[in-house]
Design a protein around this ligand. Structure first.
Ligand code: HEM
Ligand code: HEM
Length: 125
């Protein structure tokens, strides 16, 4: 595997490990206050990024393109910002809300770029 597919899958695995560690922490402590954070780390971080990586792996030309690289960095950095902000937000720090907002909007932008890359490819091939 190469290109952004490898970057996506590697990043997704890091999210999975972090999210499951948080899940275990919640389960052991009995405090489920971070469950929205855990849900987004697992589903936005692990599942969504892994799906994107698998998609790119199937389209080698797109996988090595500049647009795919741009889409990776926008999506991955936004996911990190969103999830880290959520940890603080659900930990009782409303001051980080702008971080969550910027991360969320960035994640949406990443999905729009993914739509542009994917739809441009699957409707042409
Ligand atoms: C080490 C493995 C995991 C542990 C210990 C764990 C633990 C937890 C705990 C304690 C909750 C809160 C439950 C509640 O308060 O209702 C939760 C919720 C959740 N988990 Fe996990 N989890 C794990 C893996 C996963 C995985 C692999 C996924 C998805 C790929 C996932 C997705 C979710 C989602 C979406 C919720 C929120 C569900 C809801 O809205 O009620 N978790 N998890
Ligand atoms: C633009 C990015 C996103 C924003 C702003 C957002 C926002 C939210 C909000 C405000 C909630 C309610 C949290 C609460 O219960 O207090 C929520 C819940 C949830 N979201 Fe998202 N979300 C985003 C992306 C996603 C994505 C990409 C997924 C899955 C692939 C997802 C899956 C879920 C799930 C499963 C829940 C229920 C978890 C729970 O019970 O807390 N979200 N989201």
């Amino acid at each position: 595997m190469q290109g952004v597919a490898r970057l996506f899958i590697t990043t997704a695995i890091l999210f999975a490990l972090a999210g499951m560690a948080l899940g275990l922490h919640m389960a052991i402590s009995g405090d489920h206050g971070q469950h929205p954070t855990h849900a987004h780390i697992m589903l936005a971080g692990w599942v969504s990024l892994a799906l994107m990586g698998l998609f790119y792996h199937h389209f080698p030309a797109l996988n090595l393109s500049v647009m795919a690289r741009v889409q990776f960095w926008v999506t991955a950095l936004s996911a990190v910002l969103m999830c880290v902000s959520l940890i603080f937000l659900y930990g009782g720090n409303p001051a980080v809300e702008p971080g969550a907002a910027i991360g969320s909007i960035g994640f949406l932008l990443g999905m729009l770029l993914f739509a542009y890359n994917v739809l441009g490819t699957i409707w042409r091939t």
